[in-house]
Design a protein around this ligand. Structure first.
Ligand SMILES: [Zn+2]
Length: 306
């Protein structure tokens, strides 16, 4: 080894030692770097879990960004991911219809934490097919506060050493959710009361409508899932409602096929407005976190209706 190479080698050793030193300084992280192994089903659940778990968890999200959670088909890799996890967080309330079978095949049923546990679910309203509850609990940030408490409890149970960190992260995020709630109220106040009517692609804004005083007129797919096909009479009924109530916009989620909504918008002369529904945007997009997702949707709704 010549002198110059030796100097480079020595500098590299010092840099490596410095990096190693930084990692082990995180004393409360279980294995120095790899924290609790956590899987979340959707990107929305994943973001809220990340807010509470921070750097103390190793988080993987099952559904790729832009995927419709109602119709997702899991892969063998998904089963492996669940088998390796310490905790699995799901929205629940029937959103992830694939989950029961997947958890069983992965032997991971006892790892499941349902973040919507404890939320009073909307049932039956507007569902012409007469079954199930509304799984879209996150459209009201006050429900997401219940998610945060469920997530904080589950992480603290699985990793009690870091319970104070999870509690402190949860408290910080709960404040941000309260701020979001206040901001939404201010924005909704800009819409004249008579125009606070929502028509969506499927029945996905029920909790938002209930909390912020919107009339949930109906949906093109008259159910809580995107899986059913609307009958001709369902479409005729929603078009009649749009005309008779003077509805000016139809809101379409980012994870559904927009063809039906385009047709209804043309038939009724309403504006078609895209919002985010079952997924966040990619990381470099406009709705990469739950807070940004809600701000984006509220801005779109207020912009179209005020
Ligand atoms: Zn949905």
């Amino acid at each position: 080894m010549n002198k110059i190479n030796f100097v480079i080698f020595a500098v590299l050793l010092i840099l490596l030692a410095a990096c190693g030193g930084q990692k082990t300084s995180t004393e409360t992280s279980p294995a120095g770097n790899a924290g609790l192994s956590v899987v979340a089903t959707t990107s929305i659940v994943g973001d809220v879990v990340a807010q509470v778990g921070g750097e103390y968890i190793d988080l993987k999200v099952l559904l790729p960004v832009g995927t419709d959670p109602h119709s997702y088909s899991p892969t063998p890799q998904d089963a492996a991911m669940l088998a390796d996890a310490d905790v699995v967080f799901a929205n629940g309330a029937g959103l992830e219809s694939f989950l029961g079978t997947l958890l069983e095949s992965a032997g991971a049923t006892d790892k499941l934490v349902t973040v919507s546990d404890g939320i009073t679910l909307l049932e039956g309203t507007g569902d012409a097919h007469g079954h199930g509850a509304d799984p879209h609990t996150w459209t009201d940030p006050n429900n997401v506060k219940i998610w945060v408490n469920n997530i904080q409890k589950a992480l603290s149970t699985a990793d009690s050493k870091n319970a104070t960190v999870y509690q402190s992260n949860a408290d910080t995020y709960l404040k941000q959710l309260d701020e979001l709630d206040g901001w939404i109220r201010g924005q909704v106040a800009l819409i004249p009361e008579g125009k606070r009517s929502l028509v969506t692609d499927h029945m996905e804004q029920g909790y938002f409508a209930q909390e912020y005083g919107f009339n949930m007129v109906g949906a093109l797919i008259p159910g809580y899932s995107t899986l059913s096909e609307p009958a001709a009479k369902d479409l005729a009924a929603i078009e009649d409602a749009i005309r008779s109530l003077g509805v000016t916009a139809v809101f379409v989620g980012n994870t559904v096929n927009p063809n039906l909504a385009e047709r209804v918008a043309v038939d009724t002369g309403t504006q078609l407005v895209y919002i985010y529904s079952g997924s966040l945007s990619p990381a470099d997009g406009e709705a990469a976190t739950y807070l940004d997702y809600m701000r984006y949707n509220v801005n779109a709704i207020v912009g179209a209706l005020k």
